[in-house]
Design a protein around this ligand. Sequence first.
Ligand code: AMP
Ligand code: MN
Ligand code: MN
Ligand code: MN
Length: 284
Amino acid sequence: MTTLLNADLHCHSVVSDGTLTPEALAARAHANGVELWALTDHDEIGGQYRAAAAARELGMKYLTGVEVSVTFVGQTVHIVGLGFDADDERLANGLRQTRGGRRERAMEMADGLAKVGIKGAFEGALQFVGNPDLISRTHFARFLVETGVCKETNEVFRKFLTEGKPGFVPHRWATLKDAVTWIKDAGGMAVIAHPARYKFTPNEEFALFTEFKAHGGQGVEVVTGSHTAAEYVIYADTANEFGLAASRGSDFHSPAESHTELGTLPFLPGNVTPVWEALASRIQ
Ligand code: AMP
Ligand code: MN
Ligand code: MN
Ligand code: MN
């Protein structure tokens, strides 16, 4: 199957930390020429029916999607799930477990920020939350921009929300094995999201790919809003070395914040097997 498909298989709605509804995202993807779309909210599949219905109305092909937070050798890794059965109970239960604890973590983040003079961050972040189950660092970032503490969300992450900074609270997410198994057992494909973003040593990265594959993972994002053109080439090779299919997705969150617009990335390189080949029967 061709790699020359305008597929966008990674983006976020108000159901997690995006600012647009699933319907608005579908319309935007369609307007930008997306031919195959997936909404991949963090740890939550509550937007899947709306996204699929909106895509159907527009005549745009759809794959179910999710982005699961995983802890692997002390770092957060994201695993995208595509083409699963959105009614699968084990997947829903696993994601519910993963979401649990975000509220407590957010309160600890607010305590950390209060210590450096930023008051009311918990309540402030909550104003930006679309799903009370899913308070994320992004919502704190929006609050700190709105109140003028920082100019843009990136600056908030750099100064306050990353390791060693006052608002950072590490979280224990799902295990790699659990995330891959939930997705696979629900009939879907597990895909390593934006691999160049992690700060792993070469040995740790090798372990991630090896264990992911051993648990039944089948894909890796090659062309994503988080990669440079040089990284497309590197991870196309990695995909082929590990026998993984390649995915493409913008990771779009918001018109105001995202530097990569839906459906505007380059096509996948010609030397990979696209994820939509093995997922053909799961396309709605
Ligand atoms: P959380 O799941 O609460 O740890 O929040 C993670 C989210 O923060 C990611 O999904 C991104 O949307 C966002 N994020 C992480 N790093 C940055 C950054 N440097 N600039 C802007 N947003 C970021
Ligand atoms: Mn996000
Ligand atoms: Mn991610
Ligand atoms: Mn994402």
